[in-house]
Ligand binder design. Structure first.
Ligand code: NAP
Ligand code: GLV
Length: 306
């Protein structure tokens, strides 16, 4: 069995040696143009040339949860596209979103500013029952975030494409229930995949339907958000602030307004990182399961785009 590895902005050597150690029966190599035909490829945003040269791939394993970059490529029809299925990501996403919610709810940013200016002052505690958190996307990551937020006794809502039932979460589904979901969400967390249906979904209309004083946490993809619309709603005071982990252009240009906006907490696409060892173990397990003809979790439905 031959396995190729190709990932932009990621050192190949530790992945190649890790995959080789996990699959000693296979021959693992970094992809280069003209590489011999392989059975599987392990990738992040690979060049189109790799897919054009490898028409017989059985599995295309994405070393992340989001497959939007892969969905832009021409992939051989029989190749199964397989996403990372948690692999240590959901606990990171849960801690990141809980931190962002709590930082805003407890006004820790304002306390930090007060302390920096030598002020020992108190703010009136906010009502937790008024801090309803709405999660867009109730998949692998969204469901875990919903579970984690409930530990802090925030009311939690969720919105997905198909109807869901999650313990303790008021679930909404589809366009018909989107407005009710937004109107009830004081904090909006985006954990949707980026697809033609969800691109630009965080626009003036959507964000404007949050209650006054609403807060946005975008940890999904930069192209979900119309950045100018967020800025306008922050400037008008309709939104209180935002935590932004993903941008259309990463890193953003030096002049991008999000770098220094007083109401935006910006992080460099780090809310849930790919953990190499967990990911290699998961991918190796799936490659072996496929070789035995067994089904594997995390196969992307290409017609849906996630
Ligand atoms: P997932 O398991 O595929 O779940 C996606 C959820 O979104 C599902 O509940 C799905 O509904 C819902 N959804 C999809 N299209 C929708 C639509 N048009 N309307 C309403 N709901 C829709 O994805 P995941 O693993 O939770 O990951 C979500 C995204 O997080 C990834 O695609 C990636 O872009 C992003 N991510 C970011 C980071 C980071 O570091 N910032 C790290 C990892 C992932 P159904 O349940 O009905 O299918
Ligand atoms: C990271 O953004 C991922 O999709 O895994």
């Amino acid at each position: 069995m031959r396995i190729l590895f190709s990932a932009t902005a990621t050192k190949a050597a530790p992945w190649v040696s890790g995959l080789q150690a996990a699959l000693p029966e296979a021959e693992v190599a970094e992809w280069a143009p003209g590489a011999p035909q392989a059975d599987h490829a392990v990738v992040w945003a690979p060049p189109q040339q790799l897919l054009d040269e490898q028409p017989a791939l059985q599995g295309l394993f994405n070393i992340g949860a989001g497959v939007d970059a892969l969905m832009k490529l021409r992939i051989p029809p029989q190749t199964r596209v397989v996403r990372l299925d948690d692999a240590g990501m959901s606990v990171q996403m849960a801690e990141f979103v809980c931190h962002a919610v709590i930082r805003h709810f407890r006004e820790l940013d304002a306390y930090e500013q007060d302390i920096a200016q030598g002020r020992w002052s108190y703010r009136k505690p906010r009502l937790r029952s008024e801090f309803t958190i709405g999660i867009m996307g109730l998949g692998v990551l969204g469901a875990r975030v919903a579970q984690a937020l409930q530990q802090f006794e925030f009311p939690v809502l969720g919105w997905s494409r198909s109807p869901k039932a999650l313990p303790g979460v008021r679930c909404y589904a589809g366009q018909a229930q989107f407005g009710d979901f937004l109107a009830a969400s004081r904090v909006l967390v985006c954990l949707l995949p980026l697809t033609p249906d969800t691109e630009n979904i965080l626009d003036r209309d959507t964000l404007g339907r949050l209650p006054a004083g609403g807060y946005l946490i975008n940890v999904a993809r930069g192209a979900h958000l119309v950045e100018a619309d967020l800025l306008a709603l922050l400037d008008s005071g309709h939104l209180a602030g935002a935590t932004i982990d993903v941008l259309r252009e990463e890193p953003p240009p030096a002049a991008h307004p999000f770098w220094r906006h007083p109401k935006i907490a910006l992080t460099p696409h780090t809310s849930a990182r790919t953990l190499r060892e967990e990911s290699i173990a998961q991918i190796a397990g799936k490659i072996r399961a496929m070789a035995r003809g067994e089904p594997v979790a995390g196969v992307v439905d290409r017609s849906r785009g996630y």
